[in-house]
Design a binder for this molecule. Structure first.
Ligand code: LMR
Length: 390
C-alpha cells in the first residue's frame, strides 16, 4: 500500500541545515534557519536556562503525566509578559503546546472547529503557516505584507479586511515579522485593532519572537492593542527563540474571549485536539521557563541575556544598513526592520551562486538570518553579496 504514496520534497528550510552541515568549507556562512547566534557564531544555552535546569534536576521528583494542557504554571507565568499586567485575567486561558508550530496548529484547529472557513494572511509569511492552514483543510486568502518602499502594507490589510467578515480568521505576526522583519508600526496597529473589531473577524496573533525586536513590552504592543479592541482572539506563542529552547519545543496556545463559557469551550476543544495529536506536550523546557519566571534573579538574568541578543542584532543591522547600496540592493531598510530576519531581493540564481561559490546559505526567498552574521563573517558576506548582485 505504501507504494501508493508520492514522495514529498524535504522541507526547504530544514533541508538547508543538512546542506550546510555537509559543506566542508571552513568559511561557510549559515543564514538559513532562524536560530540566534553570538558574535562568535555560537547558539549557547541561556545562563538562566542552565540555572533553572539545574534546579529542575534537583527538585523534580516525578516524570508522571501532566495532561494535554501541559505545565499550567508555565502557561500562567507567561500571561503578564504577553498580555500585560493589567489585562483582565478572566478573559484569557491557555495551554502548553510543542513549540510555536504546535501552538499555531492548535489555534488553527480550534478556529476550524469554531467555524472558521478562511484564514487571511499577509505574504510573504513563514512558509509553515500556509502548510499548517492547508493541513487543517482551511482556505488561505493572502494579501501583500510589504510595500515596494519596504514598509508594512496597511492598505493591503485594509482591502483584505474589507472583503472579510464573520467566519474569517486573520493571522498576524505580533512582532519581528518572519521572513521580512517588517512590522506594523504602533500607529498602524492603532488602526488595525478597531478595524478587526468592526469586521467581526477572529484574529490569530502569532508571537514567536517577543523580546527580539524592540523589547518584551514594545513587542507586545500590537497584540495588546488588538486584544483591547476585539471580543475574541487566539494567540500562538513560542519560547523557542526568546528562551533559546529550540529543540525542547516550548510554546503555548491562548484563547481570549469575553465570556467564561466560550473560554472553557476553546480550552476543552484545544485539549481534545492536543490529545489526538501529541497527547501531551514535552515538559522539560516549559518547566525551566516556569522556574525562571518564578524567580526574580533568574528573570533578571534571562531579560539581560535577551537584551544582549537584541543589541547584537541591532549592531548587525546597523552595519548592513551602513553599506547603503550593495549593487542595486538598498541596504538601509535592514536597519529599521526587526528581529532575526530580513529579505534580500535576490534571484534564485543569485541565491544559488552565493551558496555554491561563496558558501553562504539562505532561504530560497532571499531571507537571511541576521544573527548568522558575526564580527568574523559580516564583511565577507557584504563582499560576496557585492560580487553576486553587481
Ligand atoms: C524559521 O523560520 O527559521 C524558524 O521559525 C524555524 C522553523 O521552524 O522554520
Amino acid at each position: 500500500m505504501l507504494e501508493a504514496l508520492s514522495p514529498q520534497p524535504a522541507d526547504a528550510l530544514l533541508g538547508l541545515i543538512k546542506l550546510f552541515n555537509a559543506d566542508p568549507r571552513a568559511d561557510k556562512i549559515d543564514l538559513g534557519v532562524g536560530v540566534y547566534r553570538t558574535a562568535t557564531g555560537e547558539t549557547p544555552v541561556f545562563r538562566a536556562i542552565k540555572a533553572a535546569e539545574a534546579r529542575l534536576v534537583e527538585t523534580q521528583d516525578s516524570k508522571s503525566y501532566l495532561g494535554p494542557d501541559g505545565d499550567m504554571g508555565f502557561v500562567h507565568a507567561l500571561i503578564p509578559y504577553i498580555f500585560g499586567t493589567g489585562f483582565d485575567r478572566a478573559r484569557v486561558e491557555g495551554m502548553q503546546a510543542p513549540g510555536g508550530t504546535g501552538a499555531v496548529r492548535l489555534a488553527v484547529e480550534v478556529a476550524k472547529r469554531a467555524g472558521v472557513r478562511r484564514i487571511l494572511m499577509g505574504v510573504p509569511s513563514w512558509p509553515n503557516h500556509a502548510q499548517i492552514v492547508a493541513a487543517a483543510g482551511i482556505e488561505l486568502v493572502t494579501f501583500g505584507h510589504v510595500t515596494p518602499e519596504g514598509t508594512a502594507d496597511l492598505d493591503a490589510l485594509k482591502t483584505a479586511l474589507g472583503q472579510a467578515g464573520p467566519g474569517d480568521c486573520v493571522m498576524l505576526h505580533g512582532c519581528c515579522h518572519n521572513p521580512s522583519g517588517v512590522d506594523y508600526t504602533e500607529a498602524q496597529w492603532d488602526e488595525i485593532a478597531p478595524l478587526l473589531a468592526s469586521r467581526n473577524v477572529l484574529p490569530l496573533l502569532d508571537l514567536a519572537y517577543q523580546g527580539l525586536g524592540a523589547g518584551m513590552e514594545a513587542d507586545a504592543y500590537g497584540l495588546r492593542r488588538v486584544l483591547g479592541a476585539v471580543p475574541e482572539a487566539l494567540v500562538a506563542y513560542s519560547c523557542d527563540k526568546n528562551f533559546g529552547l529550540y529543540r525542547d519545543r516550548v510554546g503555548a496556545f491562548y484563547a481570549v474571549t469575553s465570556d467564561a463559557e466560550a473560554l472553557n469551550r476553546a480550552m476543552t476543544n484545544g485539549a481534545s485536539i492536543a490529545r489526538a495529536s501529541w497527547s501531551m506536550p514535552p515538559d522539560h523546557g516549559a518547566a525551566a521557563v516556569r522556574i525562571i519566571l518564578g524567580d526574580a534573579a533568574l528573570t533578571a538574568m534571562w531579560l539581560s541575556e535577551l537584551d544582549d541578543m537584541r543589541d547584537r542584532m541591532r549592531q548587525v543591522r546597523d552595519r548592513l544598513a551602513a553599506a547603503q547600496h550593495v549593487g542595486p540592493i538598498a541596504m538601509a531598510p535592514l536597519g529599521i526592520q526587526n528581529g532575526l530576519f530580513s529579505i534580500l531581493p535576490l534571484t534564485p540564481a543569485q541565491i544559488l551562486t552565493l551558496r555554491d561559490k561563496h558558501g553562504i546559505y539562505m532561504a530560497g526567498s532571499g531571507r537571511i538570518n541576521i544573527a548568522g552574521l558575526t564580527t568574523g563573517n559580516i564583511e565577507q558576506f557584504i563582499e560576496a553579496l557585492r560580487t553576486v548582485a553587481a
